[in-house]
Design a binder for this molecule. Sequence first.
Ligand SMILES: Nc1ncnc2c1ncn2[C@@H]1O[C@H](COP(=O)(O)OP(=O)(O)O)[C@@H](O)[C@H]1O
Ligand SMILES: [Mg+2]
Length: 295
Amino acid sequence: MDLMDESTPLARELVSETRRREKLRGRVLPRPPQTRIMTVSNQKGGVGKTTTTVNLAAALATAGQNVLVIDMDPQGNASTALGIDHRAEVESIYDVLIDDLPLADVVAPCPDISNLVCAPATIHLAGAEIELVSLVAREQRLSRALSAYAAERERRGLERLDYIFIDCPPSLGLLTVNAFVAAREVLIPIQCEYYALEGLSQLLKNIEMIQKHLNADLVVSTILLTMYDGRTNLAAQVAAEVREHFPEQVLNAVVPRSVRVSEAPSYQQTVITYDRSSTGALSYLEAAAEIAQRA
Ligand SMILES: Nc1ncnc2c1ncn2[C@@H]1O[C@H](COP(=O)(O)OP(=O)(O)O)[C@@H](O)[C@H]1O
Ligand SMILES: [Mg+2]
């Protein structure tokens, strides 16, 4: 098949992907002037929060940025995808939040990606939502742990972190509140399906409350359209609607529904390491480049 013959849809897609890849090749991403702390949030489950967290983190780390992922979901899916041990007996973000264990004691390196570290979540985190209620400074615990960790890295002569991604559980409880208080930016993944916008106004209201009472600096900086199915009109309609409402925030990059993306976690991998040449990896690399450019 002549790849430059753009007369069939498949050939056109191949040509377009090759062009997109060319654009990314050899691109050096600027390091942000200070650590960017992004909380990946949407109280809906299954919209791509964890997938987005680990793949953006991997994309930025493989581009040379120093990245930390905080797994704040008791399910520990981000820990799994990054190949980080999160069996019940492992010291985890639970111990940091509840028992004031230093974050430096629980952070583990991702085995496949240098510059990428992760604070794992274990099943104990499921109880933290309730245990946090009676603790002092219950909303600020993650924020304080991150500040102490930054100081500890400096003391140990480690490089400053460029990005911290916090993977939230699908709820708006105290774990998510801790993430909002610790972060400067919110990244909302939106699944291009019918109910996508439902619940978004609730999420935005909650963020407004946080801005008013707990963290005036918090901004919804980034929206990423995920699981886009180009064959349906619905996906295109939802995408257009989200872009109309949030023209500044929505990234140009769109993550398609892709088997490689969903397969990667079962090999304790991100799609960036599992199949870097796949279309899903390409989209996450593009999204990461856009985020870095927007700093
Ligand atoms: N772009 C994609 N293509 C195909 N499957 C995806 C894609 N993004 C996520 N998934 C799958 O959808 C499910 C939910 O994604 P996940 O990131 O775990 O959502 P959340 O963290 O919001 O609950 C997972 O099984 C994941 O592998
Ligand atoms: Mg998740």
